[in-house]
Ligand binder design. Structure first.
Ligand SMILES: Nc1ncnc2c1ncn2[C@@H]1O[C@H](COP(=O)(O)OP(=O)(O)OP(=O)(O)O)[C@@H](O)[C@H]1O
Ligand SMILES: O=P(O)(O)OC[C@@]1(O)O[C@H](CO)[C@@H](O)[C@@H]1O
Length: 306
């Protein structure tokens, strides 16, 4: 079974505003509330793709109730540990540009963090745990590292999509998949990733540092996939973008859904990138139908010579 872990879930408030002006009263043209947080997005896409999974993490207050009830209505299995203060609200402002304002997240009392470790201790070598997103300020910065060590000791396959030290600290524990975007990859190695060639170079360092598979997403430039046998580059179609929120999470879900069905790495990568683009071309996350429509438009090339 696949488990996703969202330590810091959110309600994503997606507000469309025509001609947003800073420092003025602006009114929304359209607004949507969605459950958010990277692991939750992965779980929603996996469920749409018919892959058994359960969303874990912490949820609290009226926002936590919204997250749980939305997921229950969509048929996404979940077991969030209740915390005393509300889950955060993240503003996604769509105007001339996309602007995001992500909350800090609630205080997680230590006893609840320990409950989470008990849940993770119950996983076994047939399970995969996907660690995704930021961690609330109140939990130790080593939390992902501690979970990665627990997974490694119990032979639980784990995947990570997180920033900076949260991701780099677990490379030595051999994550099955890491999915930085090109900015995050650059930050980890103290550089700017400007091209596919750079992404391949620094992605290979992640393999050296311990990752089994590396997928570097690059927004409208597509993505790069690396493991010991493959160097692949994906180009994506150029279409009107509706919302890129959760595009990266959709690539993780698409990849793991394909692997779950024993497809080849190349197919899994193409399906992953199609899932990301299908989300970018939708207001909410991708559907299976949209992914299938886009799949053949994703061009996969080998990047061996780079
Ligand atoms: N403008 C776009 N046009 C087509 N596809 C896109 C576009 N933006 C994103 N994508 C698709 O989504 C994938 C992930 O995008 P991106 O690199 O922006 O992820 P991310 O930064 O992790 O996103 P997020 O954190 O919002 O989930 C890309 O590899 C691509 O397949
Ligand atoms: O603050 P974090 O945890 O880094 O990111 C949280 C978030 O921006 O990521 C998702 C999109 O990837 C959104 O649903 C959510 O609001």
């Amino acid at each position: 079974m696949i488990y996703t872990l969202t330590l810091n879930p959110s309600v994503d408030y997606i507000a469309k505003v025509d001609g947003f002006e800073e420092g003025k009263l602006n009114r929304t043209k359209e607004e949507t509330f969605l459950p958010g947080g990277k692991g939750i997005n992965v779980s929603r896409v996996l469920t749409r793709l018919g892959v058994a999974n359960k969303a874990l993490g912490f949820a609290g207050g009226f926002t936590g109730d919204f997250i749980r009830s939305f997921l229950n209505d969509e048929g996404v299995l979940n077991h969030f540990i209740s915390v005393p203060t509300p889950s955060r609200i993240n503003l996604k402002l769509k105007s001339q540009k996309e602007t995001e304002l992500n909350g800090n997240g609630p205080i997680i009392p230590n006893e609840h963090l320990q409950e989470l470790f008990v849940q993770i201790q119950e996983l076994n070598n047939r399970d995969t745990l996907i660690l995704a997103g930021s961690i609330p300020k109140s939990v130790p910065s080593t939390t992902y590292k501690d979970i990665a060590e627990l997974c490694q000791s119990r032979d639980v396959r784990f995947v990570i999509d997180a920033e900076k030290g949260l991701l780099s600290s677990v490379l030595a524990n051999h994550p099955y998949l890491v999915k930085p975007n090109h900015h995050e990859l650059g930050e980890i190695y103290g550089t700017n990733i400007e091209s596919v060639k750079d992404a391949i170079h620094y992605g290979r360092l992640m393999l050296k540092d311990g990752a089994v598979n590396v997928m570097v997403s690059m927004g409208e430039q597509g993505a790069v996939f690396l493991n010991k046998d493959h160097t692949l580059v994906a180009k994506v179609p150029n279409r009107a973008v509706k919302s890129t929120v959760g595009a990266g999470d959709s690539t993780v879900a698409g990849f793991m859904a394909s692997i779950d069905k024993n497809h080849s790495m190349k197919h899994a990568f193409q399906f992953a990138v199609a899932s990301g683009s299908a989300t970018a071309f939708s207001l909410d996350l991708c559907t299976r139908q949209k992914i299938v429509e886009i799949y053949d438009e994703i061009r996969i090339e080998t990047g061996e010579g780079q």
